[in-house]
Write a protein that binds this ligand. Sequence first.
Ligand SMILES: Nc1ncnc2c1ncn2[C@@H]1O[C@H](COP(=O)(O)OP(=O)(O)OP(=O)(O)O)[C@@H](O)[C@H]1O
Length: 224
Amino acid sequence: MVRFTAVGLRYPSPDGRAGPEALSDLTFTLPEGSFTWLLGASGAGKSSVLRLMHLAQLPTRGDLEVLDTLVRPERRAALPALRRRIGVVFQDFRLLPYLSAFDNVALPLRLAGRSESSLRPDVTEMLRWVGLQGKELSLPQQLSGGEQQRVAIARAVVTRPALLVADEPTGNLDSLQARRLLALLTQMNRLGTTVVVATHSEELVAQFPAPSLVLDGGRVVHHG
Ligand SMILES: Nc1ncnc2c1ncn2[C@@H]1O[C@H](COP(=O)(O)OP(=O)(O)OP(=O)(O)O)[C@@H](O)[C@H]1O
């Protein structure tokens, strides 16, 4: 479950002083196991909301609960463990260019201290799930955009996250690849993961109907 209660976010301005609020008075709840579209014009605050959800940013006011944990600056020590339960997919993939598809997907498991023998079947299964069997040894530059994004999805879900957030994950894909990617995200959702996807694509939203959270000027203008 993700709950925002009167959350505000203020980024520092270039002179180091507090800038204007990028997000104001956000109050909403995303139930466990839900799928939510995050919509709004450019600059409305979608990425900022997702950054709060995956704990890359802390609110400057209000209460934020992620996976039933109240996120507070004074509880910073608890954040790394909470972050490990959250998967993130970015528009620009953010794969490590010098690692193979296998090693990109294996990375979060290696960072969590999993042994090589125990992670190998999980990584192989994830790459098969996203349709990349046979491409395990390919470097990102040897893969198409859609294939790279599928590696990024496999990397985000290999740890079996309880929450998966995706920021414009289909922005660099053609419509067929975008539909395939959404099919994977909805499949994860059916398996119990809470999923939040920010997008500009009305076409995609029409193809995968689900509740939406709509932002305008850093405020929620519709949820449902
Ligand atoms: N690191 C930052 N420092 C200062 N201001 C920021 C920062 N990141 C975002 N903002 C501001 O916060 C507001 C919301 O930006 P955000 O990136 O969340 O919008 P968005 O809806 O994701 O836009 P887009 O669809 O273009 O990605 C904007 O006014 C933006 O200028």
